[in-house]
Design a protein around this ligand. Sequence first.
Ligand code: GLU
Ligand code: ZN
Length: 490
Amino acid sequence: MPDTVRVRYAPSPTGNPHIGNIRTAMFNWLFARRHGGQFVVRVEDTDQGRITEGAVDHILDGLEWLGIDWDEGPRVGGPYGPYFQSERLERYNAAADKLLASGNAYRCYCSPERVAELRKEQARNKQRQGYDSHCRHLSGEEREANETAGLPSVVRFAMPQSGVTSVEDEIRGHVEWQNELTDDFVLVKTDGFPTYHMAVVVDDHAMAISHVLRAEEWLPSTPRHVQLYRALELPMPQFGHLPMILGSDRAKLSKRHGATSLMEYRDDGFLPEALINFMVLLGWSLDGETEVMSVDTIRDHFTLERVGKPAAIFDLDKLQWMNGVYIRLADTDDLADRVLPFLERAYPDHLLPINQDYLLRIMPLVQQRLKTLADAPDMLSYFFEDTLQYEPEGVVQRGMNVPGTLAALQRAEADLSRVAEDDFHHEDLESLLRATGQELELSGRQFFGALRTAITGRTATPPLFEMMEVMGRDRVVQRLAAAVAKLSAL
Ligand code: GLU
Ligand code: ZN
């Protein structure tokens, strides 16, 4: 391990960050934290045409939401700034000049039409696609003529045309490429902006990055970067390419697999700690079996040795399961705090403001069954809504009729009205109503089923008596009265 671990997350602000992208950020962050190093965020915004408004904020807000903090970068600054590539153009130009001067790069005057025509022809002849190095062989006079004519040009790297380029990848081991398979790629575009390859090498060096940990899709770019480091006579960082993430059908991960942008997970009611735990398992394992781990445990044990080569499979069911686990593990008060904004967003005005004390008492009843925070508004609505919508027939249980049900509800209403508000405890309510049920010669399923539907409008709810206690006497009695009215109208 180098003395100082410095890693970076280098997003291109071209849209909302998706899960694979954030996984890369997280692995870098974990690696930095594990080794007491620095985690840098650098915005790769040199492809001006693809930048989308607000994307940088989305990315940074997402990291903050997950609790992934960065030591240098936008919002925090740092000694290696600026951290936006669009503000670092002179560095790339200087590197390009150096490469031009040493003969490792050359100006290419080929028109976009020529390059397109070349590709078409290569496709027709079933040849490898790529630039044919035409301008690499221009004579001094030809170059001068092109310059005098004011032809626009790009700067291309003069890639070695034989031999191999190899790296010892921290995750994939020894990887090598035939140089002849890599064409003379562009370093600086006609608009004067660098390409990704140019900027990434210049900046990873300038920012003293020790390890480049990025998605496997960048592995094919690595021989270019290695050759650039050599030509610029710069020391090379370590490379580690994180395994791909595929859908359960082994196709490239997409929306179809339920994988969405990070902020959608937040809005869908996933907990950041569940997402962190879920995402770390997309390529890393503690011991091959442990699934649920706190972020502290993950951070204390994170090593690249335990990052796998095979593609990781994104399984939305597992994320949902994991979220349920974290909801059940959560401190109930904390969970109430997190549920509150979901209720406030979903509920109509007449249910607001939410009585937080009441919500705190409801929470333990539903915590075991909640899968996402976004389930809460519907799951809890009958605790808050005064006028319940349900079919009165649904109150009538199997083996009972309408008059019998009415009588049972009226009796329960009368019994419960006599209990003092302060004595509305679930054990007492249970013994009271059990006795009544026996007196009425109703089974528990019948009597309590009728009460449950009358009080909640639903058939599946938390335990009846505990729920009654939380709702309080007046609310329960009012609901029984409403059910009686509904049934009487049948
Ligand atoms: N800007 C690239 C991306 O959006 C970064 C690739 C790298 O980490 O080298 O993924
Ligand atoms: Zn050319």
